[in-house]
Design a protein around this ligand. Sequence first.
Ligand code: ADP
Ligand code: MG
Length: 504
Amino acid sequence: MSALKLELSNMTKRFGTTTALNQVSLAVRAGSVHALLGENGAGKSTLVKCLVGFYQPDEGAISVDGQLKQIASPKDADALGIGMVYQHFTLVPSMTIAENLIVSGAKLPKLIDWRRELERLTSITTTLPFSIDLNVRTSQLSAGEKQKAELIKQLYLGRRLLILDEPTSVLTPGEAEQVLGYVRELTESGRLSAILITHKFDEVRRYADDVTVLRRGAAVRSGPVNCLTNGQMAEAMIGAPLTQESGRRARPACKHNPVFTVRNLTVKGDIGLDAVKGLDLDINEGEIVGVAGVSGNGQMEMVEALMGQRDRIGEVKVRGTDFRGTRSEIASLGVYGLPQEPLKNACVPSMSLSENLALRNFDRAPLQKGIFLDRKALMEQAQHLVKQFKVKTGGLDSRMNTLSGGNVQRAVLGRELSQDVRVLIASNPTFGLDFLACEETHRRILEARNTGAGVLLVSEDLDELLSLVDRVVVMSAGRIVYEVSAEQAEKQVIGKYMAGESVN
Ligand code: ADP
Ligand code: MG
């Protein structure tokens, strides 16, 4: 296996009237990791799909090791040694890893020499910096283990250029280091080249040699990572200078005045087993408590129970008053939420923007006059929020589901945070949002905290958590297994608890 040199020149790909890639040129040096950065819709996936033969570019050329090549189908990509580790998993759940890998070999003879193939597989796995049991059914693997198995599959298939599409979104920091660290080892030893799609600057710095930033289908900036600052990469991504206000907060001391207390919270998951097991938590005024954890460890059930959307056992109090999530309690106690996928979880998609902005207060003055809804007051409120929270829209009467993801989130931020917020419960609030909408969301969360709200922030993105919170708790198997102040937090330690390892 030896690393592949790849050059794209002036590649253009159109879908109808959309130009997904516009004259993109890019060079992946043999034995390097080339990061591909860009906002949602920038063209990253389209670019790599052209490389693995799923799409045909309309213009442009691809050369491999200095020779022009057509990649007309996945088979061609395969023959050139180009492969991709997908975000979703391609392994058959009922088979073991070994069975999966051996069956996936594209150039298989009709009869598989299992012993020989197993030996070959084992020779790959013995050089891995992590251990993995090839005889486990893949349905029993955690998300991180599946990602590792996908990587091993690609190595087993003898790839010379490996494309990784946001590989760390399902990994703990420790696993990310194992997986990407190993890829780096292979590139440095000249056995592999890699393209790493990511939106994390930290990962670009740590694991990539070169970076290309895509914006609206164009390669707007490219070069060795060492020659670019995070600020420059961010500006290239969004096409505008960064604002100063997106900086960090002043850090006033927490007042040790609990505004939200949870005692012995137990919540059943969808299949009737306890997903949250006797959880205790206090959030102080003016404090952000981050909940770290690999998804599926009870976070979702906890948030739903706290918001009154799921049955619970145990006690949830806001300033000493029992909270069950009724409409009147939400208003009187000031508990608001920023859910993941706000269009689905916090909006009525078929109703207008102005109506969605009124979902919290249509039944109160000034929107309600007598028994009637005051349309004029409703439109005025919408006008005001749209301006204040910079929602870009076709008009206040636009249906909610015609807005982009970032603008839906801005609208929900406006609606939830313009109330008198005492407690804010945010669950992966920036999931899938573009860079500017993420920044705006972070800024508004900090603002709520700085005006005295207690914030519970659940996020699978540990970098996001650590940049915002005052305190981190780690949730694993329905319990809080670790707690640390932001100042003393160490990613690797948190990662170990996330992985469910006991740490001494
Ligand atoms: P990224 O991976 O950077 O988020 P994509 O490559 O998925 O971006 O998309 C780039 C642009 O091309 C977007 O505007 C997207 O809507 C469009 N696009 C991607 N795939 C298709 C397709 N199969 N048909 C039509 N438009 C597409
Ligand atoms: Mg994509």
